[in-house]
Ligand binder design. Sequence first.
Ligand code: RB5
Length: 145
Amino acid sequence: MKIAIGADHAGFEVKEQLKNYLKDKGHQVADFGTYSNGSCDYPDYAFQTAKAVADKLCDRAILVCGTGIGVSICANKVKGVRCGLCHDLFTAKMCREHNDANCLAVGARVVELPVILQMVDVFLSTDFLGDKHARRIEKINKYEQ
Ligand code: RB5
């Protein structure tokens, strides 16, 4: 898969680990920054990263900030992006099965790296269930128009 990643300073170290992890698994990674742990503003990276999925340049996006909250708020303002703020394997699975999330947001100050990497595996390997869930996504899409 082609995966867009982005983070602020609080998520920088996790993003770097994630980049290596994804590349080792054979994914193509588009890194939208930030590129150091110097203080920065998460919207500057979250919008660009999410837009890569909306524009179909990437299949999925993964965003990291301190809590995951800021980047998820930004990503969900990008038309066509459904971003799930996840904290564990269950929410990572549900955001795919029920919400067809094309973006995962995680908090580097909330969830330990080994769990984040497992969540990423689940996020990338779980299929959308469709059916009644597709009807609900359609309602979101209609509102978004
Ligand atoms: C940065 O200190 C922090 O506010 C940010 O990473 C994020 O948690 C915001 O939602």
